[in-house]
Design a protein around this ligand. Structure first.
Ligand code: ADP
Length: 399
């Protein structure tokens, strides 16, 4: 069975066509600048040159048309006909409280996705546009929605409730939802597999550290707390997001800068985090380079980021009542030995000892703790697309 995985952003679209018979990626691609000048599609197929199409794409339907054309292209494609695509799996950011697992998309599901727009105004609309565009172009192909929030629906009430008037939860759905669920679930299961243990017997802390970052406490295979909240702004300091701050800062800034609440929200989401502290970049590679050249604010940004991750690891060790395994994943977690070392430094009291030689690794599943460490430490490449494809296949096969 071949599954097309689609991850639609506001002006970009990532896709992968996966052959589930042997779990191999047939093609992967990225469409950028949808609806703006300079639209471009880049498709990669193992062992071949990149296939690039530059032509105007006025909307996501145009983009998906082009993706399908690229996949069936006589020279650069990987399938003969669109009918070879058995199902489409869509990444959807917010499923609210309705979805604790992936779901076959029908009219009822589409209605609830619309209802979730209020909760994720930046993310859900492009996801919905992508699904509608695919439905128009492939009306008889089954489609599945895989939610970033679903894995965290197992959190207990005391973890997901905010200490606000209770009615705000019942009337407006204000609670912690958590994100990156597909990634946390995937790397936790890979870690259990690598340890040769049943995930039901393990306490795992997963650190998804990329542009957006979150830490999750996983007990017996289910999420019991996570650092992102009502929106992906809560928790760690990130590329451009502030993470946790004193909420009183918002009204202070509104008055002091004489700006609207929306402008402050924009500052917290787009101008803060390691970008705001360093003044250099939101990309950790640039910040690491600047710090190495002696830029003190760049070093502070790295120190602050690592400190916050370490705090969550400590907090979640308490939440879990002990930890068997810590996992690092995503762009930074997979590729920055320095970050992993700084976070693990001082965690020896938990029984977690990093082996600095084994830690000198990028982008491949590796156990990086010392032989006498009580806690297993791993770096594991995340693969949200494969997870989405697996869920999609399972749901479509049982429909
Ligand atoms: P997202 O999916 O949230 O956009 P990624 O998981 O792709 O982000 O992570 C992107 C981040 O990973 C970049 O900001 C970059 O700083 C970091 N990163 C990628 N490779 C490296 C590397 N070799 N060293 C340090 N940081 C890296």
């Amino acid at each position: 069975m071949k599954v097309l995985v689609i991850n639609c952003g506001s002006s970009s679209l990532k896709y992968q066509l996966i052959n589930m018979d042997n779990e191999s990626v047939l093609a992967k691609g990225l469409v950028e600048r949808i609806g703006i000048e300079g639209s471009i599609l880049t498709q990669k197929v193992e062992g071949r040159d990149k296939y690039i199409i530059q032509q105007p794409m006025k909307d996501h339907k145009d983009a998906i048309k082009l993706v399908l054309n690229a996949l069936v292209d006589k020279v650069n494609g990987v399938i003969n006909d669109m009918s070879e695509i058995s199902a489409v799996g869509h990444r959807v950011v917010h499923g609210g409280e309705k979805y604790a697992s992936s779901v076959l998309i029908d009219d009822v599901v589409m209605k609830s996705l619309e209802e979730c727009v209020k909760l994720a105004p930046l993310h859900n609309p492009p996801n919905i546009i992508g699904i509608n565009a695919c439905k128009e172009l492939m009306p008889s192909t089954p489609m599945v929605a895989v939610f970033d929030t679903a894995f965290h629906q197992t959190m207990p009430e005391e973890a997901y409730m905010y200490a606000l008037p209770y009615d705000y939860y019942t009337d407006y759905g204000i609670r912690k939802y958590g994100f990156h669920g597909t990634s946390h679930k995937y790397v936790a299961s890979k870690a259990a597999e690598a340890m040769g243990k049943d995930i039901k017997d393990l306490n795992i802390i997963t650190c998804h550290l990329g542009n957006g970052s979150s830490v999750t406490a996983i007990k017996g295979g289910v999420s019991i707390d996570t650092s992102m909240g009502f929106t992906p702004l809560e928790g760690l300091a990130m590329g451009t997001r502030s993470g946790n701050i004193d909420p009183a800062i918002v009204s202070f800034l509104v008055k002091e800068l004489n700006v609207s609440v929306e402008e402050v929200s924009d500052i917290l989401n787009k101008k803060s985090g390691v970008l705001g502290i360093s003044g250099v970049s939101s990309d950790f590679r640039d910040i690491e380079d600047a710090a190495a050249e002696g830029n003190k604010r760049a070093q502070l940004a790295l120190d602050l980021f690592n400190y916050k991750v370490k705090q969550y690891v400590g907090a979640y060790a308490a939440t879990l009542g002990g930890v068997d395994c810590i996992v690092f994943t995503a762009g930074l977690g997979e590729n920055s030995p320095e970050t992993r070392e700084a976070i693990c430094h001082g965690l020896e009291f938990l029984g977690a000892k990093l082996d600095t030689a084994k830690n000198k690794v990028r982008g491949k599943l590796t156990q990086i703790n010392t032989d006498d460490s009580k806690v297993c430490i791993f770096t594991i490449p995340t693969d949200e697309e494969m997870m989405i494809a697996k869920d999609t296949m399972e749901i479509v096969s049982h429909k």
